[in-house]
Design a protein around this ligand. Sequence first.
Ligand SMILES: [Zn+2]
Length: 419
Amino acid sequence: MRAIKGDLLVDANGVKKDPVLLVDEDKIVKVGSSSDVSIPSDAEVVDASGLFLMPGLIDCHVHFNGSVTGGLGNFRERFEARLVRSAVHETRALLDAGFTSVMDAGGLTGFHVRNAVNEGIVPGPRIVAAGRYMSVTGGHGDTHYLPLEWVKEGRPFGWGMDGRIADGVDECMRAVREQLREGVDFIKICTSGGGGSLRDPPQIPEYTYEEIKAMVHIAHSWGRKVMVHCYNPEAIRRSVTAGVDLVSHGNMADDASVKLMKEQGTIVVSTISVYHRMARRHAERGAQPASQPAARPRVSRMYDTLFDDIRRIHEGGVTLAAGTDTMGGGMPFGGNALEMELYVDGVGVEPLEAIRIGTLNGAKAMGMEDTLGTLEQGKLADIIAVAVNPLENIKGLQEKGNIKMVMKGGEVLKDELGK
Ligand SMILES: [Zn+2]
């Protein structure tokens, strides 16, 4: 038994002063204030006094990718090298930043990294991974600058986030089954074009309703959730009516799409951070993505209205979960709490709401709200101790020096208490 003592507990349920949490094995068995929780005499005391206790942070959209620079530069190395760097560098960076759970929203390495973490080979956050994302020929998960046969063969070419091309209901169903055979935790489908796509801008709906419905049917039969990469209203309509659970990006949603997502209980995994970082990089360097010159005006147009768009989704009553689209390079692992700052400073939500979006709502997106996301009796002990009050300084969560202790499932994976 361990007893963790802090100054203030902050989770989606609110704040508690002088908190004490009793942790037995991997679970929280009691939460209260120091005046009403008696600490068993044999309990090991974890003294986080002066610190703020929070649930482990959750990012619902990352891509383990070896933290490579992106684009053609990735071709320099083999898949195995990227896998190793993803496992040792990116998992560590996430833990240091207080992230104890992430969803890998597509790519070749994610579920291998998950296995390495689950087998105890490397310390890392809890990972659920999508494997290759489904794409129509010429769609967002196609790699347009490679010969089509190469992409179809599905070799790991070096981009690291290679999709799985599937067209037509039969091929779509087979592709989902093949992903499940590989051991993925959820299915990711690109149902529209994308901000960074070479030839298919985000306004294009890609999969048909019938194709999406068939893929959702197989995934749900296996008890797996479906996330879509999706922007425009028509693609959102097809995806949500076909039964997908999570819409990632989603920021071009119109009022009807917002209403539909609210009615269906669809969760939107926003990715404000990736646009924020790209817009800032363009402004600083005047740089264009080397292989995607068409993407730059598209990204800045999207960024111009992004905060208003996300605010409209939030005000429409749709559940939002934090996702950053962290993929290395210009989107470094470890900077993932930026999303919560942007919710406060850009979208204009209260800090406690941003914390809910970055913790409990992430747990909901993962389907694990009964075991993760808040510091409550019976939940897994994913607990972080932070040197700044997140309600007053949400930006401070991005400074890894402020994250003094990280516990995942009762196991301490970072300990800088007293430093
Ligand atoms: Zn992504």
